[in-house]
Design a protein around this ligand. Structure first.
Ligand code: TMP
Ligand code: ASP
Length: 237
């Protein structure tokens, strides 16, 4: 199913799909990193869990009219996607304060924002993915003003749909990061992954953290909490 390795990231490998031009195979790895690769580990089963979780979430978003690169899950750890050129922006939406914003702006963790807050980061490991504004985004990527406006509208719609998906499984979607890619046609679609690596997910009742923060903060078992997310998603479908 796969041919040449095109790119290896911290959590996934990207291959050209065999005999299928314009399509890629994403292979999820068991590696986990935090603090821009400073903290590293490997967890048996993580690749399978994130592949399953992200595949389910992308399918649910597709059903709600969100255009994405996702085609199908191929194997335990692999999925087929449309080839896109990734726009080097990490688009973060925050519903509740946690993580970098608490340190950067002194906002107390668990503060709920009156409206979802959209932030842009420049996807560049050497620079440690710095926070940027719209004007920087136009310099650092090829997005036009209209496209950036569209990306913000899309990400707010994605937030609304994800909040519902997670509310249904008794989880607060605290924040998440997504990436967008450009198809050969020029259209911009949701790309990359949506998983407990890229979201903050808190149990509604206990506020227990069910995401990569257990690894970042060394407070729990990553596989146990990722399994809990998958179990809850499976039970709902
Ligand atoms: P932050 O609070 O560290 O800025 O993270 C915001 C959200 O983005 C959180 O859900 C984790 C996710 N995230 C990634 O997916 N990749 C990253 O490299 C970082 C820093 C955060
Ligand atoms: N993904 C980033 C890293 O690998 C940071 C993070 O998720 O906390 O280091």
């Amino acid at each position: 199913m796969k041919e040449a390795l095109l790119y290896e990231g911290k959590a996934k490998k990207v291959y050209q799909a065999k005999d299928r031009t314009g399509k890629l195979v994403l292979a999820y790895k068991n590696d986990a990193t935090a603090f821009n690769g400073e903290k590293k580990s490997s967890f048996s089963g993580k690749g399978r869990l994130n592949n399953e979780i992200s595949s389910r979430i992308f399918s649910l978003l597709h059903d709600k009219g969100v255009e994405t690169h996702f085609i199908e899950r191929l194997t335990e750890t692999e999925q087929l996607v449309h080839q896109t050129e990734i726009i080097p922006l990490e688009v973060v939406v925050r519903n509740v304060a946690a993580g970098s914003i608490t340190k950067r702006l002194g906002i107390e963790e668990k503060t709920t924002f009156a409206r979802p807050l959209v932030e842009l980061f420049y996807k560049n490991d050497e620079l440690n993915d710095p926070l940027i504004n719209d004007e920087h985004a136009f310099i650092l990527s090829d997005v036009t003003r209209t496209e950036l406006q569209e990306i913000k509208e899309k990400v707010l719609k994605i937030n609304e749909e994800l909040r519902k998906i997670f509310r249904d499984i008794h989880i607060t979607l605290v924040d998440f990061k997504v990436e967008f890619g450009r198809l050969a046609s020029g259209c911009i679609v949701l790309a990359d992954e949506i998983s407990p690596d890229t979201c903050r997910l808190w149990d509604i009742t206990t506020q227990e953290k069910l995401d990569k923060d257990v690894f970042r903060q060394g407070t729990g078992d990553l596989i146990e909490v990722y399994e809990e997310i998958l179990r809850r998603l499976e039970d709902k479908q």
